[in-house]
Structure formats: C-alpha cells, structure tokens
Ligand binder design. Structure first.
Ligand code: FES
Length: 82
C-alpha cells in the first residue's frame, strides 16, 4: 500500500547520476524521494531503479503511474512538455 500523496498530482523532477536508487513509497523516509529504510516493519517496499547515465527523471508522487517510479502522465502533467 503506497502512502504517496494522491492529491499532489505533480511528478518530482530531479537530475540523477548513474547508479541504482530506491524510491520511497511509504512516505516515512527522511531522505525523500529516496528510501532510508523507515518502511521497515510495514508492508511498504521501495521501488528500485537504475540509471546508466546522468539524466533528468520525473518521479511519480501521486501513486497512479503504471511505470513506477516514473511519472507516466496519469496525474495530468505532460512530462514531455516540462
Ligand atoms: S506524478 Fe504520478 S503519474 Fe505523474
């Protein structure tokens, strides 16, 4: 069960270096939007993703996307236009 802010309706734009990341889905992390292990003991699990090159990504913050952890526009935001 995700505790993402379904009212937010905005992706998080962030430029990341190559590497593997864990996107927090419980909302308890002190290092949002990334996991810091605060979900421990709950049913929430972070979503892992890997980038092969430095690039700007749009992380879903509404929880509606079908391409977690990335925004797919279901929030109403056209990330192609950002
Ligand atoms: S922020 Fe969730 S689909 Fe865009």
């Amino acid at each position: 069960m995700s505790k993402m802010n379904t009212d937010a309706g905005m992706p998080i734009a962030i430029t990341l270096d190559p590497g593997t990341y864990l996107r927090c889905t419980c909302g308890k992390s002190r290092q949002l939007p990334f996991c810091d292990g605060a979900h421990s003991g709950s049913s929430s699990q972070p979503v892992q993703f890997t980038l092969d090159e430095r690039r700007k990504v749009f992380l879903c913050s509404c929880g509606k996307t079908a391409t977690m952890p990335f925004c797919d526009g279901r929030c109403g935001v056209d990330v192609e236009q950002l």
